[in-house]
Design a binder for this molecule. Structure first.
Ligand code: 13P
Ligand code: SF4
Length: 357
């Protein structure tokens, strides 16, 4: 990275001292990660943000929904900064509150709403988390989705026919967790398409389903294919395929291991020297793992270069700009969630933080 910008970032952080706490998601660029006080997956960062009550400013190097969650989990006095406001998430954008409320109404019309517990992936806007908080639901991340689903099924265990889950907004995480970890059959999962009237489902299909999966996906993880898994297995006999649960079900079925970014890192750290790995997650993390483990062969599970373009919007110039403004007394790009949404979203986030394990 540009030595002048590195020196400016160092100076600004030194000037701010403990007043600032910089969080970096594992998908961030190296040039940004070097200035993170803590790195982690979405779950770890949510907990870390909540555990810094003395930092006046939380600079979130990640995407918008993560900064919103940090604002919800920190005190009103603390200010959360997202160095580039254009760092959104296409998956989070696939579930709008209005669409989710329409789906909820359709579930009432089908006579199943009392049996449904809404569960939203962390990768969703604050108003979707608030919807879950208001309606007896919970937030989950890729590191605790199984525990969250278990909790959700328990909430309505007494209703006739058992509980159902409305899983937002990532159909792949929902399906992978339900089928591979909860023993739910693939044909008990249906997909609600918000762009079709009635979600594209009949009332009868809704009644029979146990998992109602929102039709959302991650544009980065959705690219990994079964073909490349086959290709790499042919090229490197004995290769281990390690993927994130946002990948398609068919890809996860072909993989050896599946887990959150934190799980992927721990797995590679514990791997035998000389072992060969194909990793299906965001490229900044895969490259960093390959650099940190020269004794292991680590390849990307895609033929093409494929970064998360919105994660990558946070670069060193934006970080320096945000930090220097804080030094000068101006809070730029502050992320604030309105108090009503915040109160309801906190209920769903707190339920997640209180889950066992
Ligand atoms: P985790 O941080 O939960 O592994 O999720 C990955 C992701 O896509 C974040 O945007
Ligand atoms: Fe969203 Fe996927 Fe990027 Fe994560 S990797 S921020 S889910 S688009």
């Amino acid at each position: 990275s540009d030595p002048d910008l590195v020196a400016r970032a160092e100076a600004a952080k030194a000037a701010l001292g403990d007043r600032v706490f910089v969080l970096g998601h594992h998908y961030q660029r190296d040039e940004v990660i070097q200035f993170a006080d803590v790195t982690g997956d979405s779950f770890k960062l949510a907990r870390d943000a909540a555990a810094r009550p003395n930092a006046e400013f939380i600079v979130f190097c990640g995407v918008h929904f993560m900064a919103e969650s940090a604002d919800i989990l920190t005190s009103t006095a603390q200010q959360v900064v997202l160095p580039d406001l254009a760092a959104g998430c296409s998956m989070a954008d696939m579930a709008r509150l209005r669409q989710v409320e329409d789906a909820w109404d359709a579930m009432a019309d089908a006579g199943i709403q009392d049996a449904v517990v809404p569960v939203t992936y962390m990768n969703s806007s604050a108003d979707i988390k608030a919807f879950c908080g208001r309606n007896g639901g919970v937030v989950c991340t890729s590191s605790n989705a199984d525990v969250a689903l278990e909790w959700a099924f328990d909430q309505r265990a007494d209703v006739d026919g058992g509980a159902k889950i409305l899983f937002l907004p990532d159909q792949h995480l929902g399906r992978n967790t339900a089928v591979l970890q909860m023993g739910i059959a693939l044909d008990e999962c249906v997909v609600w398409d918000p762009l079709q009237p009635g979600g594209g489902l009949t009332a009868d299909e809704l009644r029979k389903a146990r998992m109602i999966l929102w039709k959302g996906h991650c544009s980065v993880h959705g690219r990994f294919s079964e073909d490349v898994v086959d290709e790499l297995r042919a090229k490197h006999p004995g290769i281990n395929v390690l993927v994130h649960p946002e990948c398609k079900h068919e890809v996860v079925l072909k993989a050896d291991l599946v887990g959150s970014t934190e799980f992927i890192i721990k797995t590679i750290e514990a791997a035998e020297p000389g072992s060969v790995w194909a990793i299906g997650t965001e490229l900044n993390l895969v490259k960093r793992l390959a650099d940190a483990h020269p004794d292991k062969t680590i390849v990307f599970l895609d033929r093409n270069v494929c970064y998360c373009s919105t994660m990558n919007r946070i670069d060193l110039p934006h970080l320096v700009w945000a930090l220097e403004n804080l030094v000068a007394g101006t809070v730029v790009n502050q992320i604030t969630v309105d108090p009503e949404t915040e109160a309801d979203a906190l209920v769903a986030l707190q339920r997640m933080l209180d889950l066992p394990g």
